[in-house]
Design a protein around this ligand. Structure first.
Ligand SMILES: [Zn+2]
Length: 171
């Protein structure tokens, strides 16, 4: 229940919360807070030479580490809408998905209140736009499959497994 770690009072009415099975409940107003994973859409953007687009994070956590473009979905947003929104914002590129690669679980942040993330990963290609890094991206760069950054330079624990799956479908 990492996302609910330290929750003591109802965010709606400020009554004391009671811990439940994977949730917290408010006996006063009926509010229930569930410890769900947060859904994220992630793009493995490939160019015509088979290279992969990565961004170096300009913000904490994992500042200075390499990451795949993507991010948290908004409420009720379709993952592919969120994928296109995140890519346009982070990279200035309009993309279209080529194929769904899979789902990976991970954590965002460290410590007892880290967020559990559910990451949906698509291979994608650029259809329009100019490469332009957003403020929270220090740098964008293309990497050949054999030249991807080493594990210690990657922001998130899921990335080595994602890259391995990507290399398998490239081969
Ligand atoms: Zn309440």
């Amino acid at each position: 229940m990492a996302i609910l770690h330290g929750w003591r009072y109802c965010p709606r009415c400020a009554h004391d919360l009671e811990p439940g099975d994977g949730c917290v409940r408010c006996a006063s107003c009926g509010f229930v807070g569930w410890a769900n994973s947060a859904p994220c859409a992630v793009a493995l953007v490939e160019d015509d030479e088979g290279r992969l687009l990565l961004g170096r994070r300009a913000v904490e956590p994992y500042r200075g580490m390499w990451d795949t473009p993507g991010g948290y979905l908004h409420e009720h947003e379709h993952p592919l809408v969120g994928l296109r929104r995140e890519l346009l914002g982070e990279t200035g590129l309009e993309i279209e998905p080529i194929a769904f690669l899979g789902v990976w679980m991970d954590w965002y942040g460290n410590g007892p209140s880290a967020n559990s993330t559910l990451n949906m990963v698509w291979r994608a290609r650029v259809v329009a736009g100019e490469l332009q890094a957003d403020d929270d991206v220090a740098e964008l760069a293309w990497f050949a499959p054999a030249d991807l950054p080493p594990e210690e330079e990657l922001a998130f624990g899921l990335l080595p497994s994602v890259f391995a799956a990507w290399r398998r479908v490239q081969a």
